[in-house]
Design a protein. Structure first.
Length: 282
């Protein structure tokens, strides 16, 4: 599995649609105190998105993604000016999404609180647009089993939105790391075999760099030392095994690269704040 897919898989994205309807102007919808992230697709018509003092005009085909806890409003009228976005009814598709919030991944630093994908960019992903069409049709029809289909399709869309947003963050450390051929290879080696007894020397040799140069470049591009990244990766893999399998803790420790349960417990506690056994109970 490639690095980005492996990281996205660890995020355990879930999503659902809760609103899809035509709204006659004037109208206003407030989204506040939401613990989950939210997305809104303007299927037809237009509206204003208000985020504090920031106002964005959204038109048919535009998509907006907002992180957890971002209070916002959608309305037919400009919040500060006497301007109507559209005299025609607006068709909104709104949904919630959530991620495993205790996932240990540098990808989170590349995610922005607000992402707007304009219609001209969205059409560059034809399968994504057609999936939205299917979600809207399923939700409106409410055939038996429609909710499951809508939720599953929404999860796929959210992963694609993360990828789109990730590709935009050209200055984000982890994005640059994946663009570097040697550092990307080192990351791939660790993700493919976290149980291996990797050292800075062995990874540097595998990618054709000196120990010092590799260590410095890895830290600069990834934003973590090699040891910290490998430790976080192993702990994240262990968390997934604890959640999804009945394996004994010592077996999990071995499977992610630790020779002793004691060393595993110490590292796990450092990053998670509790022992593996406590985590399993929780």
């Amino acid at each position: 599995m490639d690095i980005l897919s492996d990281i996205l898989n660890s995020l355990r994205v879930t999503g659902s649609v809760y609103f899809c309807s035509h709204i006659e102007p004037p109208w206003k919808k407030t989204f506040a105190n939401k613990e989950t992230a939210a997305f809104h697709l303007i299927r037809r018509g237009a509206c204003w998105l208000t985020l504090g003092e920031r106002v964005e005009h959204l038109q048919a085909g535009d998509l907006v993604f907002l992180g957890p806890g971002i209070d916002h409003h959608l309305s037919s009228e400009h919040p500060f000016e006497a301007t109507i976005a559209s005299k025609q009814p607006t068709l909104l598709l709104c949904g919630d999404c959530s991620f495993d919030d205790d996932t240990l991944t540098p990808l989170k630093s590349a995610l922005t609180d607000v992402t707007i994908v304009r219609e001209e960019e969205l059409v560059e992903h034809p399968w994504l647009k057609s999936t939205f069409d299917q979600i809207s049709a399923e939700y409106m029809a409410q055939h038996p089993g429609a909710q499951i289909i809508v939720n599953k399709l929404t999860e796929v869309i959210l992963v694609e939105l993360i990828r789109i947003n990730f590709a935009r963050q050209e200055s984000a450390a982890f994005v640059n790391a994946l663009k570097d051929k040697r550092i990307r290879k080192a990351l791939q080696l660790m993700h493919d075999g976290p149980q291996e007894h990797w050292t800075i020397e062995s990874l540097a040799n595998m990618v054709g760099m000196s120990r010092a140069s590799f260590s410095k470049r890895f830290n600069q591009l990834v934003g973590e030392t090699v040891f910290n990244y490998l430790s976080m990766l192993r702990v994240q893999k262990a968390k997934e095994l604890i959640k999804t399998t009945p394996l004994m803790i010592d077996d999990i420790a071995t499977s992610v690269g630790y020779d002793s349960e004691r060393a595993f417990n110490k590292t796990f506690s450092k990053y998670v704040g509790m022992t593996p056994k406590q985590y399993r109970k929780a």
